[in-house]
Design a binder for this molecule. Sequence first.
Ligand SMILES: Nc1ncnc2c1ncn2[C@@H]1O[C@H](COP(=O)(O)OP(=O)(O)OP(=O)(O)O)[C@@H](O)[C@H]1O
Ligand SMILES: [Mg+2]
Length: 419
Amino acid sequence: MARDRTLVGIDVGTTKVCTLIGEVTRANSVNVIGWGVSPSRGLRKGMVVNIEEAVASIGSSVEKAERVSGFKVVSGLVGIAGGHVTSLNSRGFVGVSHADKTIDQEDVARAVEAARVVNIPSNREIIHAIPRHFIVDGQEGIRNPIGMIGYRLDVETHIVTGATTAIQNLTKCIHRLGVDVDQIVLEPLASSEAVLTEEEKEMGVVLVDMGGGTTDLVIFIEGSAWHSGVIAVGGNNITNDIAVKLRTPLAEAEELKIQYGQAVMSAVPADEMVEVSTFGRGTPQLVPRAEICSVIQDRLVEMFQLIDTEIKRSGYSGLLPAGLVLTGGTAETEGIVDLASEVLQLPIRIGRPAGVHGLVDAVGRPSYATSVGLLLWGARQATGSSESRMTQRSGRRSSHDDNLTVAGRLKDFLRIFLP
Ligand SMILES: Nc1ncnc2c1ncn2[C@@H]1O[C@H](COP(=O)(O)OP(=O)(O)OP(=O)(O)O)[C@@H](O)[C@H]1O
Ligand SMILES: [Mg+2]
């Protein structure tokens, strides 16, 4: 029943909190029935720094989405980012347990569990352990080993870790609203669900989510995530640079950026002037538009250089024929594709969320990639799973979603990553 497959995605971004409520119609397809966006408070560079403020803005976004949809939110998929996120690749192996040596889902789950046994500091925890490929009795490059015969199953995984306190603070904010956290999902992984094609992921591509506080990236090769990273610079830094350079309030700088911004300074006429209200002066001043664009260009070039360094650091820079897909609010900057192509020397395109229906116009912009992606992430698990109810029609919210057992969740989680 469609109502049983209602999903909730909560993207707690640095500039906005976006809650989406959707119904799964089929795999990779979600009908959005509720949405709520609130300005974000109490977050810095993707991390909660003030619980009370964060609770208030998340709460307001959830309530708006509830009002639009007529559902109460019981639990949701929640995005996480921030400079505390790191990743590594790890291998695990197990002996195949079945007497006839046929590999089943339990063996896969045990192998992934074994790969999770990595040395990480006690103040960090694993957010994702994503199978990249499997090895059956030494035979490499197997995408889905279920049903194969073998004695030994190895798995190569991509492991994403985060600071325990950052994860706990985010979870605490959601719990304070009486909403359970169904799963924490790395934001760029969620965004990739909404903006990348299977072909791009297969060929080799970088997803870059340029938000307000952070720039997050994930490298996909042969269909799965091989590397992820978070760079603690975003669109807010551009706004800040403009405010400092022109001596204007931040709100004015943000408006100038959105209205007159262009990533390639030479694309704007040298004599075009823009009215700017500056501190300490009663009347607006005339400033060359090119001056604003030069600030934007300088900061974006720096951000692309940091992205370039991160791609090189991953060791996969030669394996990305599908290039780079830019999403997140900052990807809406005019001319950004030209600048990114010049600095990174890769094919570049803007990633707009796909795979959602309903309130499509509202959520079709790059800044909604993460929230749409959270729904699609959930949809992949809900397809074939009997229970995934994150909302209820009326009554009190329960603080725990006991529809899914831990084992059930793990199996559902693995289902996403197996073709
Ligand atoms: N048309 C535009 N041109 C340039 N920048 C834009 C435009 N629209 C939005 N932005 C910028 O995008 C940023 C917000 O992006 P987004 O909504 O993806 O961030 P977020 O998810 O709240 O933050 P984060 O993911 O970093 O925690 C802001 O810095 C905003 O100024
Ligand atoms: Mg974001």
